[in-house]
Design a protein around this ligand. Structure first.
Ligand code: CP
Length: 364
């Protein structure tokens, strides 16, 4: 494994081993030693705003003893002169040892990985996936509830444009958790995610209309904000925001052990009055991001290795066919040198290898 672009790049066994390394990293954070990434450089290329992902990756690299360079505003780089992702990737290969990229187009991290000769980590690509967020979402659940298998997890908020819930849904299905969706009309899970859950993981995805209807059954409630910056013109933010808010009154109906998670930032979907509730895990969750990102960084840099006994994830089955991706936010629509590729998810499902949307027939 050279890169970490989608959650399916890691097998369940690899994820479980990574969690053990993350536990070890907590000790390194406390002791300040050893500096296993001395002389290594991480490039953080953030084409979209971030607080947690960029700073926790930079903190992870510094705590490993390495160095960081990068940008948080692409206008200050030659991207503003029209430099492509492919050329940026080729150049950065010579300046750094590992790249973390966040980008407003789906599939951009895969393009960076295809052209860079150093490991690339996806720090979030449009509404596609956020696989390192998923790693520490799972880590937080595993650490505090002891297992993921058999849990009932409510995914609440913008399930269409929120990327964290897409990679998390695949992971929860793989670890045999049950899911229920709570979303404003028009912001339900995209069809391609629901189809993949059904065909690849044999798991349906059902909805309830209100948090009240389900909160008493949940082991984990994963809240998300409305992704205002990605809403299309036909969806008015005010008509979809504020629909689902977790507050003290609702928490009085929840299980004593129910965890509230949120990838953050929050807007108005979690009332401040429950921040002191023992079941509010979102700030602990974001703190775990550092040790988990130390673990994935050390593994991809080859500073630590997976044991030979750990089963690896099979590579995706890629095919070239006369189809095109329908997603206007797919990187293949912006960077014209990219050859469209499709992945055979099951015998019944083909999706864009960059953004996962279901393709339509047509000339390439
Ligand atoms: N959770 C998350 O990705 O936060 P940032 O957008 O601040 O990185």
């Amino acid at each position: 494994m050279k890169d970490f672009i989608v959650i399916d790049d890691l097998s369940n066994e690899e994820i479980e081993h990574l969690f053990q390394i993350a536990d070890d990293m907590a000790g390194i954070i406390d002791s300040g030693n050893p500096k296993i990434a001395r002389d290594k450089i991480m490039a953080t290329l953030f084409y979209e705003p971030s607080t947690r992902t960029r700073f926790s990756f930079e903190s992870a690299m510094l705590r490993l003893g390495g160095n960081v360079l990068g940008f948080a505003e692409p206008k200050t780089t030659s991207v503003s002169k029209g430099e492509t992702l492919a050329d940026t990737a080729r150049v950065m290969t010579e300046y750094a040892d590992i790249i973390v990229i966040r980008h407003p187009m789906a599939g951009a991290a895969k393009v960076m990985a295809d052209f860079a000769h150093i490991p690339v980590i996806n720090g979030g690509d449009d509404s596609h996936q956020h696989p390192t967020q998923t790693l520490y979402d799972l880590y937080t659940i595993q650490k505090h509830l002891g297992t993921i298998k058999g849990l009932k997890v409510g995914l609440c908020g913008d399930l269409k444009f929120g990327r964290t819930v897409h990679s998390l849904a695949y992971a929860l299905a793989r670890f045999d958790a049950m899911m229920v969706g709570i979303a404003p009309a028009g912001l339900e899970m995209p069809n391609y995610v629901v189809q993949k859950l059904k065909l690849k993981y044999k798991q349906g995805f059902e909805y309830v209309d209100n948090l009240e209807d389900v909160i008493g059954d949940l082991d984990v409630l994963y809240m998300t904000r409305i992704q205002k910056e990605r809403l299309p013109q036909n969806i008015d933010y005010n008509s979809v925001s504020g629909k689902f808010v977790i507050n003290k009154e609702l928490m009085s109906k929840a299980k004593k052990q129910m965890m509230i998670l949120h990838p953050l930032p929050r807007v108005d979907e979690i009332a401040y009055e429950i921040d002191d509730d023992d079941r509010a895990f979102y700030f602990r969750q974001s703190a775990y991001g550092v040790r988990v990102r130390m673990a994935i960084t050390a593994l991809l840099l080859g500073l630590l290795k997976m044991p030979n006994t750990v089963r690896t994830q099979p590579s995706p089955r890629l095919v070239t066919v006369k189809k095109r991706c329908v997603n206007p936010r797919c990187i293949t629509t912006q960077e014209v040198y990219i050859e469209p590729k499709f992945e055979l998810v099951s015998d019944l499902m083909l999706n864009c290898a960059y953004c996962e949307e279901l393709p339509v027939d047509g000339e390439q």
